[in-house]
Write a protein that binds this ligand. Structure first.
Ligand SMILES: NC(=O)c1ccc[n+]([C@@H]2O[C@H](COP(=O)([O-])OP(=O)(O)OC[C@H]3O[C@@H](n4cnc5c(N)ncnc54)[C@H](OP(=O)(O)O)[C@@H]3O)[C@@H](O)[C@H]2O)c1
Length: 319
């Protein structure tokens, strides 16, 4: 098999395309012939060592394909099943060993490419809009990087739930995409909290902030009293240490730093969220924007494009 391997943390040049022996699934695992791997910001953090992993490792948290072997004790998946996953390492490869309890059986007719494009970012948008802060009709919602992978899905889901969505983006082309996804207002980052106040008066009910360092202060300043700051990522860098008294001054605000794994904590929760998500994709209620397909061997280029803010929507690696 072929795989991308990281042997030392660093910039995209540490992503090496190599030949490896075929892996065998252990107890409770399945071996998958990968049809597509999703590229996500977490892969960049793993590569950089910001979220350290034992070295060497095959990056990639998301993918989809066909089960070609099952390990001991796997009873609910068989060879030939189409599966996808959003929270298991090793997807940047032609073959990946995945824990069976993290594999989501794909509905008939859903292409593995589409599953690899939507599972991680879609499950993230799902838990953010349904569980971290359950969006209600009439809520004002601020979505940063609204034309990004998570951002386009968050925008659509918040609209499905009846919110008014304000998005931030860095360019006109990104603004167009965010509007097409349903954003009611689209702002640039400069002084965005003042613009949010002008639009909403009291401020927004919730901010979904995956940008981090450069937006954090403005996000807090955009909230209405008792509003929720969902800091779910750090595309611009990590937020420095924080004085909780700022939540008091801002209006008894809430701050959470959630992560997907804790919101798909059981198989039941994973399959429940995934079932709803893939149902919306199949019905067309949710549009998935695949904007970049890169050969697996060109993972470096995919990372460079993502980090340089050149991308919108979803990037895939095709083995
Ligand atoms: N906690 C979780 O469970 C979870 C799960 C999935 C993803 N995430 C996080 O969600 C965020 C978005 O992930 P994604 O994969 O969908 O990426 P993405 O949004 O497609 O790409 C990142 C976007 O962030 C914006 N950005 C603002 N400042 C930036 C900077 N200095 N450098 C790079 N980008 C910057 C850019 O959009 P503009 O040019 O429009 O600003 C860029 O396109 C990431 O922080 C990721 O870690 C968290």
């Amino acid at each position: 098999m072929r795989a991308i391997v990281v042997s030392t943390p660093g910039d995209s040049s540490v992503l090496e395309y190599v030949e490896r022996p075929d892996p065998a699934p252990g107890p409770g695992e399945v071996l998958v012939q990968v049809a597509a791997s999703g590229v996500n910001f977490i892969d960049v953090y793993h590569r950089q060592g910001r979220y350290p992993l034992p070295l060497p490792f095959v990056p990639g948290s998301e993918g989809a394909g066909t089960v070609i072997a099952t390990g001991e004790g796997v009873t609910d998946l068989v060879v030939g099943d189409a599966v996808g996953w959003a929270n298991a390492l090793g997807g940047y490869a032609t073959r990946a060993v995945i824990p069976a309890d993290l594999a989501v059986p794909l509905p008939r007719g859903l292409s593995p490419e589409l599953a690899a494009a939507v599972l991680l970012q879609g499950l993230t948008a799902h838990y953010l809009t349904h569980s971290v802060y359950a969006v209600r009709p009439g809520d004002d919602v601020l979505v940063h990087a609204a034309a990004g992978g998570v951002g386009l899905l968050l925008t659509q889901m918040a609209k499905l739930l009846g919110a008014r969505v304000i998005g931030t983006v860095s360019s006109e082309a990104k603004e167009k995409l965010a509007r097409e996804a349903g954003a009611d207002e689209v702002l640039r980052y400069e002084n965005f909290s003042e613009a949010v106040r002008e639009i909403t008066g009291a401020g927004v009910h919730v901010v979904y902030d995956g940008v981090g360092a450069s937006t954090f202060d403005g996000s807090l300043a955009s909230l209405r009293p008792r509003g929720m700051m969902a800091l779910y990522g750090a595309a611009s860098g990590p937020v420095p240490p924080f004085d909780p008294q700022r939540l008091n001054v801002g209006g008894s605000l809430f701050l959470t730093r959630p992560t997907l794994g804790h919101y798909v904590a059981t198989r039941e929760e994973l399959l429940g969220r995934a079932g709803e998500l893939l149902g919306w994709v199949a019905s067309g209620a949710l549009k998935v924007h695949i904007t970049g397909r890169y050969p697996l061997a060109e993972a470096r280029r995919a990372h460079d494009d993502l980090e340089a803010r050149r991308t919108t929507g979803k990037l895939l690696l095709i083995p």
